[in-house]
Design a binder for this molecule. Structure first.
Ligand code: FE
Ligand code: CA
Length: 533
């Protein structure tokens, strides 16, 4: 009640400054349509008065092109209780400058934050120069946002000396401090790729895990407002905010942005699909509202088109994939079930869905840069004990559970002679480097590319130095060239000659501000598939 009263008080102050026409329009939006003209043009609330800072969730940028970038914020003076905004359109001013003190403003404009989208804004700031740093900010109701740094992509096809990007994902709010995001911010990357599990949907843990450093608000999330509030709790973290303020983020999702291990229109509790899709629609809308995505990602009911291609000069051709929305259901839940292994080989089962697979395979045949990067969520590399134990279980939620789809992908990479494939993935909360084989059971088979799997930002807690069963696992899987059970992220450096992955780790996420270190480096030479120390 307090929040609602405060909101109305701020709203009343704003109303007192409005013209009669604006008042009529707002009154109509509040439900007084019977006594007003419903055809009055919709005007936006130009000067709202805020009792609390409206930019509590920070700012973000994303999906850099050579001439434009998405600028994001969401007005939320009461971030944890729906946002605290009046149900009216509100004008937001934005500015892009060529320097941090904003002495040279190169682009500016006004956009409208709408209640239908939780008062989020997604400005596609155009007319920018390629491969350039910019700084941006928003203004609303006399308040000024934080300043974000962003960077445009180098023009497609043109030479670029070097690009540095971070790969991170799986930040569970309860299981640790987001220190890794803070270190990502310090790197001031050209861009950050997020592999998903940006939030976790579970209820507040009330003591089951004694190592948790903080708690979710409330129950498991189901409704649009639930998802908004959960995103708000995560985005209020200063380290996550700093990461966004440091560089453009290119996002994809995994399962926890909706529900654990969901597949297409099915969750893991056998909820009727038409019911689960209501939840998916709420989750997808909140995702769009929260992320710096272009208008092309505007959801339609339970559908959101997330797969897309971004180009960075002649160096990186990035295909961002969605392995959740269109996938077939996991072959089984009991991963040790021998029948499961053959089910995983069924060519009818798909990880990408037919349309995305066609789109990707077409792109792979029209390479546009030295490095062809597939940015996605669940590992494609095989991780099993096939060598010594053919009956060993596979994880059916990863590409291991969609082995026919993986073979199609790898065969396409080989047949199309796609240059220097690099796969990025997350989800498994441990670092991996893997050489991707046309036949993982045969170490002599061709290597089609290399995969860098980032560990989690926090999920799983502190982790450990010991790598359980690594010797045995490596003996069975000689294509695995690195593993770490610590938290952190991957820092990648691409040049015309090589792609280097620095596996960055933090010893503890249960204490604040632990330092970062590079635990290992793996390098791929252009034209020579496979990773070396
Ligand atoms: Fe995760
Ligand atoms: Ca996951």
């Amino acid at each position: 009640m307090r929040a609602a009263t405060d909101t109305m008080r701020c709203y009343d102050r704003a109303l007192s400054r409005m013209s009669r026409r604006e008042l009529l329009n707002i009154a109509w939006k509040l439900g007084a349509a019977a006594v007003l003209q419903p055809l009055a043009p919709v005007t936006a609330f130009a000067q709202p008065a805020f009792r609390n800072y409206p930019f509590a969730l920070g700012v973000a940028s994303g999906d850099p092109w050579a001439d434009s970038v998405v600028l994001w914020t969401r007005l939320a003076p009461e971030p944890f209780v729906g946002g605290g905004m009046p149900t009216a359109n509100v004008e937001v001013q934005w500015e892009v400058a060529g320097d941090r003190p904003f002495r040279s403003i190169v682009r500016s404009g006004t956009t409208v934050a709408r209640p239908e989208l939780g008062h989020s804004v997604h400005v596609e700031a155009g007319g920018l120069s390629p491969a350039r740093e910019y700084w941006y900010r928003f203004r609303c109701g006399g308040e000024v946002s934080q300043i974000g740094r962003t960077k445009t992509a180098p023009a497609a096809g043109l030479p670029v000396d070097r690009l540095r990007f971070g790969v991170c994902g799986c930040g569970h709010y309860e299981t640790g401090h987001f220190t890794a995001y803070g270190h990502v911010a310090d790197e001031a990357f050209d861009f950050i790729f997020h592999t998903g599990d940006y939030i976790y949907e579970g209820r507040r843990d009330t003591g089951r895990n004694p190592n948790n450093v903080r708690q979710h608000h409330g129950q498991e999330i189901y409704t649009l407002v639930d998802y908004r509030n959960r995103y708000a709790q995560y985005k209020s973290d200063p380290h996550l905010m700093a990461a966004h303020h440091s560089a453009p983020m290119i996002v994809t999702w995994d399962d926890h942005e909706v529900d654990n291990d969901y597949a297409g229109d099915l969750d893991e509790r056998d909820t009727p699909p038409e019911v689960f899709l209501l939840r998916r629609a709420a989750a997808y809308q909140a995702y769009f509202e929260t992320m710096p995505l272009r208008a092309s990602a505007m959801p339609t009911g339970p559908h959101l088109s997330l797969y897309r291609r971004l180009r960075f000069g002649n160096l990186i051709d990035l295909n961002v994939l969605d392995t959740r929305q269109y996938r077939s259901k996991q072959a089984c839940a009991a991963i040790a079930d021998p029948a499961c292994r053959s089910a995983a080989l069924d060519p009818a089962r798909s990880m990408l869905g037919a349309a995305q697979e066609q789109w990707l395979f077409k792109n792979l045949g029209e390479p546009a840069a030295t490095w062809t990067v597939l940015g996605q969520q669940v590992p494609t590399f095989a991780r099993d004990n096939r060598g010594t134990n053919p009956e060993a279980p596979l994880s059916m939620d990863k590409w291991d559970g969609y082995a026919a789809g993986r073979q199609r992908l790898y065969r396409r990479l080989a047949d199309a002679k796609t240059p220097n494939p690099i796969v990025l993935s997350g989800d498994v909360h441990t670092h991996w480097c893997a050489d991707l084989k046309t036949d993982f059971a045969n170490p002599k088979s061709a290597t089609v590319g290399v995969e860098f799997t980032n560990t989690s930002v926090t999920s799983g807690g502190d982790g450990s130095e010991a790598q359980p069963n690594w010797e045995r696992l490596h003996a069975d899987n000689p294509h695995l060239t690195y593993h770490s059970n610590r938290r952190g992220y991957v820092a990648c450096t691409a040049t015309a000659q090589s792609m280097q992955a620095d596996f960055r780790v933090i010893d503890k996420v249960t204490v604040r501000d632990a330092p970062i270190r590079t635990a290992a480096t793996r390098v791929v030479q252009a034209g020579r598939p496979g990773s070396q120390p």
